[in-house]
Every structure is written in structure tokens, then in C-alpha cells.
Design a protein. Structure first.
Length: 456
């Protein structure tokens, strides 16, 4: 009995409770950020856009004649030994049913759409393949793509919103106890970044997390209550943010830029212009860029010691959410025009009478923590450097026979060590129990430090 307990303690101490993955992409060239996931048996890579504004994970599948050319081959569920097609009577909400096959159809705000059939198979998230967990989940197989979905380089999309009838990858990992905290974090750098499910990495934070409440589960809906430009209060109040999206404002990583309702939008640009008219502010020649409503700014490296000096001449935009201000730095809201990299424009656009969408460019330079268990979102200015991740670029393998053989070898090895310890003396066994428990406690203390700081 004691030896069995020792074995269980040893094995339980070797499990990870969070999953890291490197993020790729940017605002200027791609207009989105994406991550790799591995699907099926054997695992096949799919690149998926990170989207906190939707719930469905989906990508093109073999047989799609109306899909674009993407980074990877279409997923072939016929070649996966663990795939199965979802039927119409399984309690999943289907857009349509054809020959007892559950179909889906999804439209997105910018006008693109995807449709196809629902499949169940194993999904793997995380770049440390030796520890990452596979979970059985349901996802969409595109048979049709339109507009941006058809032309994008990434294969598909990974929805990270609060789930409806189909669990997200976060739900699946949490339900299977592969993570023990129902949260995930996204850290977009100007280029690339990293994502964590089950925790967040405090070592990259340059400030303490600032938390704001999530008020609605249709989106990550937060309450905007005020706006400060360059240290000056604009007079914007909560009523100016409208009540679209329940609260008027959502955090949506899948939207490239930031969109604001009329009053907030007009106040923002009026006050930026007022700030820029001050001596020594908003340095750089004013330029008109075709397609842009507002003035852009030319960065001439000969006039500055660094590009940061150029950015520092622009105002910090601070949005009041509940009782905390979230600072949006100029190097994040200014973006390089794709056709002219020295022209920088403000990445904010009018959403008219609709709500405020804080998109991917708003999230840049911050670790944004989506704490679903506590219904809150946290923001911390961060480096967003993914170099700390043990990124195994080799395709993960899945060989059940080899896995079983390795587990048997490992168990035999542990049993030999445990039996030897047991033969030494009862006292030695008791000491070993204490050592293992301390080891577990030490490791768990480290995990808690990674997941949460002292304010939680």
C-alpha cells in the first residue's frame, strides 16, 4: 500500500499544469497572430488564428474544393485513426444536417465565412511535445471559405471565447485536469509572442497585473468608463461607450485593429490632434496615406537617435476599465503602413453606433490574462519574448506501442528503486515519503508562483 502511494506521488509530481506555445504573426504584414496545433493520429499540424471573439476551432479538410491555399496541407480525417464525424443526434447544435452529418456555418464581423462538417479527434496545444497533453475535442472541417479566410496564409482559426455547446481547447484541458486553472494568457509582441493555457509568466511582466471584470459570456465584455490622452482627461464617460456587446466594449484578439463607437472615436482623435499641436510633440512629417482617414506620420531615422524617441513624442492613450487605467503605448497603437514602412498611422477606426472592439493591436506589448474562473481580464505591460519556451520544432509522434513500452520500463525502474528503499528500513521508507511530499510541495509552490502573484 505504501509502495503504491509512493509510485502515485512520484508520477503525479511529473505532470505539467500549464501549456506554452510560441505565437507567430504581426499587425502590419499579416494582420493577425497565429499558433500551431496538432490534430489527429498521427498528429498533423494546423496553423490557427488566435481569436478571443469566437468559440469554434476550424480549418480546411481534405475534399474542400472551395478553400484557399494555406500554410499546411488540408487535414485528412480519413488518415487519422481516431477521427469520427459528428452525427446529428449527439446534442451538438448543428447549422444543418445532411445524411445524419452535423454541419456548421460561421460568419465573422469583417464579412468572411466558413462552413463544413464537425469532426471529433485529438488536439494537441503546446510546444513542449514531451509534456503537452492531447485532448479529444470537436472542431470544424471547412468545405467552404470566403473572403479573408480564403486568402489568409494561416490554415484556420482557434476560438477561445466562453464555450456554448462545443468546448474550446481551454475547456478541454481544464476538464481533463491537464491544467488546474481555468485561464489562459496571450502576449503579442510587435512581431510574434507566446500564449499560455493554465497560467501566465510573471517573469516577462514589467508591472503588476491590472484586473477588470468580465460582464458577459457572449464575449470578453468589459466596461469602458473613461479616456485619457497624454495625461489629459477627455471627458468621455461610461455612457459614451454605448451598450452594444452588453457593456459596450470587448477584447477581441482576432480583430486586427481597434474600433470605437462614435463619441469615443471622435474624442480620441480630437485629443490626439490637440496633443500633437503642442511644441515638440508627434515629431515626424505629416503625410497623407491613401485609404487612411487621418494623418499619418513619417519616421526619418536621420532625425532621431532611435525609433523609440519618435514614438515617445506621441501621447499615451489610457482607457479606464472599472477602476483601473490600461495604458496603450504609442509604439503599439501606431503601426507601419504595409506599403511604406516609414509611415506610421493610428490603428483605430470608427465603429459608428456599434460597440468598441479592442483588437489585436490593442493587446500588443501586454500580457493579457483571461481568467475565466474569476470572470476577469488582466493587463500587464510585458516583453512578450517567447525565447523562454522549450520549442521542439520536430513533429510530435504518437506510437501507442512505444508509449506503453516506455511506461512499463519507467514503472519497472521506479518499482526497483522503491523496493530497494523499502528493504533498507521502515524509517527510510517514511523518510522517502516525506521527501517526495516536500518535492511535490516545492514544485506546486513554484507552479502557484507562476500562475498567480500575491494579489490574487
Amino acid at each position: 500500500m505504501v509502495l503504491s502511494l509512493l509510485l502515485l506521488l512520484h508520477l503525479s509530481c511529473s505532470e505539467l499544469i500549464y501549456e506554452h506555445a510560441a505565437i507567430f504573426g504581426n499587425t502590419e504584414d499579416l494582420g493577425y497572430y497565429y499558433v500551431d496545433i496538432w490534430v489527429g493520429t498521427p498528429p498533423m499540424k494546423q496553423t490557427v488564428i488566435i481569436d478571443t471573439g469566437s468559440r469554434l476551432t476550424a480549418f480546411p479538410c481534405i475534399g474542400c474544393t472551395d478553400c484557399g491555399h494555406h500554410m499546411d496541407k488540408y487535414f485528412d480525417f480519413n488518415n487519422s485513426s481516431t477521427s469520427r464525424i459528428i452525427k446529428c443526434n449527439e446534442g451538438i447544435k448543428c447549422s444543418e444536417c445532411t445524411n445524419d452529418t452535423c454541419e456548421y456555418s460561421q460568419r465573422y464581423a469583417e464579412g468572411s465565412s466558413i462552413s463544413g462538417i464537425l469532426i471529433e479527434d485529438y488536439l494537441l496545444f503546446g510546444d513542449d511535445f514531451s509534456h503537452a497533453h492531447r485532448v479529444l475535442g470537436i472542431f470544424g472541417c471547412h468545405y467552404q471559405e470566403t473572403h479573408l479566410f480564403r486568402t489568409q496564409k494561416a490554415d484556420g482559426i482557434i476560438g477561445l471565447g466562453y464555450s456554448n455547446t462545443i468546448p474550446t481547447i481551454v475547456d478541454l484541458l481544464y476538464k481533463d485536469h491537464d491544467i488546474d486553472t481555468n485561464l489562459f494568457s496571450i502576449c503579442f509582441a510587435a512581431k510574434d509572442g507566446f500564449m499560455t493555457i493554465g497560467g501566465y509568466n510573471m517573469s516577462v511582466h514589467e508591472e503588476e497585473l491590472r484586473w477588470t471584470k468580465v460582464y458577459d459570456h457572449n464575449f470578453y465584455a468589459v466596461k469602458g468608463k473613461g479616456l485619457i490622452i497624454g495625461g489629459n482627461d477627455t471627458g468621455v464617460t461610461e455612457s459614451d461607450f454605448t451598450k452594444f456587446y452588453a457593456t459596450g466594449t470587448i477584447i477581441d484578439s482576432g480583430t486586427s485593429f481597434t474600433y470605437m463607437s462614435t463619441n469615443v472615436y471622435m474624442s480620441l482623435f480630437e485629443n490626439i490632434e490637440k496633443y500633437c499641436n503642442l511644441p515638440g510633440k508627434c515629431l515626424g512629417e505629416h503625410v497623407d496615406v491613401y485609404g487612411e482617414t487621418h494623418t499619418c506620420y513619417n519616421y526619418n531615422s536621420k532625425n532621431f537617435t532611435s525609433i523609440q524617441e519618435f514614438f515617445d513624442s506621441f501621447p499615451v492613450v489610457s482607457i479606464l476599465m472599472d477602476e483601473v487605467y490600461i495604458d496603450w503605448m504609442p509604439e503599439r497603437y501606431l503601426y507601419a503602413w504595409p506599403e511604406s514602412k516609414n509611415h506610421f498611422c493610428v490603428g483605430v477606426y470608427s465603429n459608428g453606433g456599434a460597440g468598441n472592439v479592442l483588437g489585436g493591436n490593442f493587446m500588443r506589448g501586454m500580457d493579457v490574462v483571461f481568467d475565466r474562473g474569476e470572470d476577469r481580464v488582466g493587463f500587464a505591460k510585458s516583453l512578450c519574448d517567447s525565447s523562454f519556451i522549450m520549442n521542439n520544432k520536430t513533429k510530435p509522434t504518437h506510437n501507442e506501442t512505444e508509449e506503453k513500452e516506455e511506461k512499463v520500463k519507467e514503472i519497472n525502474k521506479n518499482w526497483k528503486a522503491i523496493i530497494l528503499g523499502g528493504l533498507l528500513s521502515v524509517v527510510a521508507v517514511g523518510g522517502l515519503i516525506v521527501m517526495i511530499c516536500l518535492r511535490c510541495k516545492k514544485r506546486n509552490d513554484g507552479i502557484l508562483k507562476f500562475i498567480q502573484n500575491s494579489e490574487i
